[in-house]
Ligand binder design. Structure first.
Ligand SMILES: Cc1ncc(COP(=O)(O)O)c(C=O)c1O
Length: 386
């Protein structure tokens, strides 16, 4: 057996044990839920060691933050009440007059919020095709661009962005690079190692993994002035994650590696079969050789391409909706990253002004038997498209 030199436990081992070294008093191998909102001060009236008030710091949340920081190779982490609470905290660290360069398309909910917020608060928002470093180089403004925001793989067309290239461009201009890595998770992609400054997750998705917690997370390469602003914002605005949610998230993280690897392998298998299906015009999946950033994806996500994909149905918008309605095993619901496979007609969710193709359906592949999933999609496509 090959010896592992100079290494602590691998991220997989850390996650499996929750990064928790046990409770000295009881020997418990799982951390408790500390539901208290307030904490007794010391005899000399000094502050309590883990924080005085739940909105500022949560002992249960800090277990998750430490574990996530170790999984992402971060100096520190913060958990939030939702993915949007985490993402918006980063943008709210900007000041009026700053320039924000944002990938488009990306998660529709974040884009909509950012457009309104930046317009109202004097932040100049510009969108960019982040898959094209030349477009980014042309739009970035040295000294004025303070943040470049990307999402990779991106929602819902699954574009892959070169994190290292964009980190280089951002840093040359004096900006920070933030990466929404929700779809990849630290199992498949570690943006901080590629030069990103902040990683963001909707922990509602794979990190928790069971469709029963709303949460978000930020991880940072360094605890600089921007990070302190973000931390202050979380406390003051009350975007903190509740202790019960934090506990569930910590539990979900124990099985992260096995869930993501299994779902990703099933997704790759399904993508290859669906690419041959007469009811499918195109499969949008970074693992497919015809994907425009397939080579980059192989380099950036060497362990797998994730468990999200979109299909362009070989038919009209109405037929795409029919496919979703015909499914019996896939659950017709929004969101992603859970044990159950989900399917949705994304343009219905995003509305009539969404730029995505009207025949696009998005799949989040879960942990069911892969042949069952294929059979379900096959019957749904045949009924709708023939
Ligand atoms: C890629 C991505 N980022 C951020 C979010 C927002 O996260 P939340 O719903 O936890 O606020 C979502 C939600 O769907 C998402 O898919």
């Amino acid at each position: 057996m090959q010896e592992r030199k100079n290494r602590g436990p691998s991220p997989e081992s850390l996650a499996a044990q929750g990064g928790y070294e046990g409770d000295g008093e009881t020997g418990a191998v799982v951390p408790p839920v500390h539901a208290a909102t307030t904490f007794r001060r010391a005899e000399d009236y000094g502050p309590p060691p883990q924080g005085d008030y739940l909105r500022n710091a949560s002992p249960t949340g800090s277990h998750v933050e430490e574990l996530l920081a170790r999984l992402e190779g971060a100096e520190a982490g913060l958990v939030f009440a939702s993915g949007m609470a985490a993402a918006t905290a980063v943008v709210m660290s900007l000041r009026p007059g700053d320039h924000l360069l944002m990938q488009d398309p990306l998660y529709w909910g974040f884009r909509g919020w950012a457009v309104d917020f930046c317009r109202d608060w004097g932040i100049e928002l510009e969108t960019v095709d982040a898959t094209d470093p030349e477009d980014v180089a042309g739009k970035i403004r040295p000294g004025r661009t303070k943040l470049v925001w990307i999402e990779t793989p991106g929602n819902p067309v699954m574009q892959v962005v070169d994190i290292a290239a964009l980190a280089g461009l951002a840093h040359q201009a004096g900006a920070r690079l933030a990466v929404d890595s929700t779809m990849a998770t630290p199992v498949l992609q570690r943006p901080l190692e590629l030069g990103a400054d902040i990683v963001m997750h909707s922990a509602t998705k794979y990190l928790n993994g069971h469709s029963d917690v709303l949460a978000g997370a930020l991880l940072t390469r360094q605890q600089d002035e921007v990070w302190q602003r973000i931390e202050r914002h979380r406390s003051q605005a009350g975007a903190t994650l509740g202790p019960f949610e934090a506990w569930l998230l910590h539990r979900g993280l124990r099985t992260l590696f096995v869930r993501v690897r299994q779902a990703s392998a099933t997704a790759a298998w399904l993508a290859d079969r669906l690419a041959e299906h007469p009811g499918v015009e195109a499969v949008l999946y970074p693992g497919r050789p015809e994907h425009p950033q397939h080579k980059l994806a192989r380099r950036q996500m060497p362990e797998g391409f994730g468990a999200m994909m979109s299909l362009l149905v070989n038919g009209s918008e109405q037929q795409a909706v029919e496919v979703v309605r015909n499914c019996r095993l896939f659950v017709p619901a929004t969101s992603l990253g859970s044990t159950e496979s989900l399917i949705e007609h994304r343009p219905t969710i995003e509305g009539t002004d969404s730029p995505i193709p009207r025949n696009l359906i998005r799949l989040s592949i879960g942990l069911e038997d892969r042949q069952d999933l294929l059979d379900d999609l096959d019957q749904a496509l045949r009924q709708a498209v023939g």
